[in-house]
Design a protein around this ligand. Sequence first.
Ligand SMILES: Cc1cc2nc3c(=O)[nH]c(=O)nc-3n(C[C@H](O)[C@H](O)[C@H](O)COP(=O)(O)OP(=O)(O)OC[C@H]3O[C@@H](n4cnc5c(N)ncnc54)[C@H](O)[C@@H]3O)c2cc1C
Length: 304
Amino acid sequence: MHWYHGFERFVQEDVSLADRTSYKVGGPARYFARPHDDLALSLLLRRAREEAVPLHVLGGGTNLLVGDRGVDGLVVRLPQQGFAEMRREGLRVSVGAGASLPKLVKWSLTQKLSGLECLVGVPGTVGAALRMNAGGKYGEIGSRVLSVSGVELDGKPFRFDTAQCGFRYRDSDLKDRFVTRCELELEPSEPAIADDLIRLIIGEKSKSQPLDRRSAGCVFKNPKLPGVPPAGKLIDELGLKGLRVGGASVSELHANFVVTDRWATATDVVGLIRHLRRTVQRERGVLLDLEIAAWGVGADEVAA
Ligand SMILES: Cc1cc2nc3c(=O)[nH]c(=O)nc-3n(C[C@H](O)[C@H](O)[C@H](O)COP(=O)(O)OP(=O)(O)OC[C@H]3O[C@@H](n4cnc5c(N)ncnc54)[C@H](O)[C@@H]3O)c2cc1C
């Protein structure tokens, strides 16, 4: 009998992940599940833990590289149904982690609530935005969080206040947890100020990011070392813009973006990342950390 006996309604085998990531490369998930409610999610995670099936949490796949061999384990993605509701009570907003982040930003503006404008242009889901503390130079989602809830990877529920979330630059203590909901505190909006900020951010992004290409956003975190420039600048200064491995290349617009052509493989992306890390370490003595998640890719394959 297979390990997911009793969960057949929402577990599938050998499901393509290339279709579910923005790079559009990589192999399948051995098991793929979309549990319909919190209880089903908890029970499934508990079973996977008991049966030693490795677990991966998938959002919109916009910050993720899946290797060509695929993922030998269980990939779980929250369905929209039941996990994407948005509610407000005064300035407090409660959101399901499966909701689309762009939809949440838009909805908050229609509700005349301010605080999420800094996330305009960031694709993906609310759950991953919390896990990654998504944002940019105008702010990060973590600064608006009152609480985050979900399930531990063994199926036990958790509820964290802001301090427990440990939000930091593109990271948090929500790693290795399954976020299902959050509560945010926003402010009354001044529509003219919000519009100006949104226009500014969209203008900056459309000039500096390859928005018409397949990418996963910034590949590397910016090194937080005194005097060391951001990752994109380091790569650009070494003349690596446009560098290509098969169907993967360094964007001409933003050197921290790797873009993929239709014929690209995950192995091309891995080869390019390894080359960039090696070159930056050799020439500048800086070891770049990955911002993207990499599944089914060995640490040695992307090592500098
Ligand atoms: C064109 C483009 C522009 C981008 N610009 C920005 C930007 O300005 N700022 C920025 O921060 N990011 C940016 N990104 C990166 C990406 O959009 C964000 O990191 C986003 O939050 C990822 O969301 P996702 O749902 O696609 O996550 P995924 O790629 O599916 O997953 C990312 C990580 O989050 C984890 N995760 C997913 N869902 C959950 C959950 N419910 N609970 C716990 N962990 C979970 C995954 O396991 C994985 O480790 C950009 C990406 C693109 C393609």
